[in-house]
Design a protein around this ligand. Sequence first.
Ligand code: ADP
Ligand code: ZN
Length: 835
Amino acid sequence: MKITVNIALPVPIDKLFTYEMEWEGDINKLSGSRVLVPFGRRVLTGIVIEDNKHPATTHKLKKVIELIDENPSFSPELLKLSKWISQYYFCPLGLVLKAALPTGMSPKTLIKVSLLKNLNDTEIENFCGKSNKKKLFLQYLHHHDEPVSLAYLKRKLMMPYINDFLDALAQSGIIKVETGLTKSAAVKSQKGVQLTDDYFNNENKLQQLLDDFDKKKPKHSLLISRIYLNQSKGNIPKISTLIKELNLSRSVLQTLEKKGIVKIIEIEIDRSMTDEKSLSERDESKLPLTEEQQICLDSIISSIDKKDSKPILLHGVTGSGKTLIYMHAIRHVLQKNKNVLLLVPEISLTPQLIDRFRNVFGDSVVALHSRMSEGERFDAWRFIRNGDKRIVIGARSAVFAPLQNTGLIIVDEEHEQTYKQDSPAPRYNARDTAVMRARFEETPIILGSATPSIESMYNAETDKYKLLEINSRADNAQLPEIITVDKIAAAKTGQFSGSLSKLLIDEIEEKLTNKEGIILFQNRRGFASFLECPDCGYIPMCKNCDVSLTYHKKKNQLRCHYCGYTIDAYKSCPACGYPELKEFGFGTQRIEDELMSLLQKDGFNPVIQRVDLDTTHKKGALRRIFTAFIAGEVDILVGTQMVAKGLDFERVTLVGVINADLQMFLPDFRATERTFQLLTQVAGRSGRSRKAGKVLIQTSHPRHPAIKAALNSSYNMFYKKELASRREMNYPPFVRFTLIEFSGKNETSVEQKANEFFNLIPRHKSFLIFGVTQPFIPKLQNKYRRIIIIKDNKQTDPNSKIMRKALTFAFDEYSKKYSSASVSVKIDIDAYNSM
Ligand code: ADP
Ligand code: ZN
């Protein structure tokens, strides 16, 4: 029967598209399935959203090319969640659904171009005349034997609009344009081998065979016994492994198959399983719970049993054993035959956590994260979907994990800003999305943190969330002693040189003597290490972005941390010619050098290891560093945020914060909150076992509220002060903070478009709207930027309906009347990044 279906496509247009397709059977079963459809000149993967029960009408519709799924990729619950995201965060549904699937699951048109005639340089010159663009294009193809993808060419040659001359070139027979589909993720299988039932079930026959082989072909005998042993344990050995280990040729197995002794079968591979060495081996779940832990667990279990989806905020100081509570709650959920979703801020940075869960729950744990290959992710997705994997641990996008029958959702370190997707759309917050998911699926949800976000704590205070607290560390460990070093005062008395105080050096030397672990933290985000001319004050800036370039000493390069722009460091000042530039600010690299020379002067020779993006970009590097640190082969870790969070290393008794002020004065209303959270988290790495821990914070502002609260380990002190200031200044949690950003290469038109948009937004007493302004970084990746900020009162507009209506109106009108391809508009609801 011919039916019409509505399909969401991954294009930035907020509507569904109607197609026609052949379909027999239950129409309702189509919803959520992937289909391939023609769209303009391209082929795209779309998702069937709802069916139209009436047979096709007369007007001509395009046909669906292929139904990809046997069973829908999206469950009704996940569709519902995606629709919510689409509405709440102002993002076309098709883009939300695309973000929810592993990349390899949305094949689309791939256009490849190759040269037909082999033109030499003069011929190219003659042919192209004045068109430089054409010339570059043909020259590029000329140097490539294989067809090149069009999308790649556009990016590589920075020519977004080449479709015009593409057709002309194809018609004159100079190039060939082929269309196909991008590679789509597929099940991977390998050949495995088993004994036939004849031999496996008949011991006498098998013994006879082995005896025969023993005499003539001992290797065969070895092979057969190896297969037999595996098979009796329920395993199917891979042929590739066997022939490698026994040094056989593949034909041996074929011969044995012909004789009816073995059968060769295809086995599905699970690429999501890693075989990396675990960072810890103990099964923590056997530890007896402390009284506080037990009280929290009981309350969580009662929510699980009642299927109560009112979020639980678990506020436990660092080292209070929140992980242990999760483990017990998870065990309870598994016993009820349900599954668990555990969200973590950035999983590739916390290899330790996965190991801790694998030690307890074994292979039913699966990780989903950004460093996995397409195949690994696809396998993880499949095995979650079919229920083989029951505990999913993943970062932000794992909130879309195709888990069925969810019994518990946990968001660990719920305050982390990495839960918010910045670009591209959908700009969702995975924590808030998880809360919605829990509501839709009637599942309990735990938000855990030692430093809850102001928003979440306020939700607990106003009884939207249920609050559970743990005030002391587990296992009799004490919270560390925290002291500050006033940098300015210390410098005046000669107790501070470079970036390190005398006090910190003394502490480090004491710990080194005792062979205890030391972590030094330097948040170099943004302003660390740059060069400045001591004569004219010139600072090398990125040519694409309005930010200073960061100095990388080892490679002697200047690099932009926003766009990646890199140049060799100047030897003399390019502005005034002064013969040298001075290094300012302190990156991790500089601190490592400085520290080493100070310690060596005092007769120490420690192993120092840097932990930052530069030293950990290789897969598994971070894990190796941590392993060495645990084993005591490394004495001091000097690192960025990567050493600040989640790590549980017993031997760490000293944490030093090199400069607590870096983050504090950024023009962002969350700057104080982030500073407090970061300091508390990094301090929390110290003294997690029976040995007392110490934390030393170097700052020029020891009386700043964020520092004082961290010093007193007092979340409440921080929360009260910060909440009052948010209330006074109209910031979240009292308002919904929305940011509309305009960007483009031409500053005047960016300004103009922003103003046009601004004038279209209907005013309402429920929200404050601020005129067009320049953000803190006015130019980024070669594009000028302007922003409009809207603060929507949560009391008068509780579900954001009023603001959404106003924004929808403005956006539609703007799209009709003013929108321009050269200025892009992005709407960011509950924005985290306002710089
Ligand atoms: P958090 O996540 O709250 O910072 P962790 O779960 O990492 O804390 O726990 C800190 C350390 O204390 C871990 O090494 C953990 O195994 C240990 N621990 C937790 N609960 C107990 C307990 N009840 N008895 C003994 N040790 C515990
Ligand atoms: Zn840049």
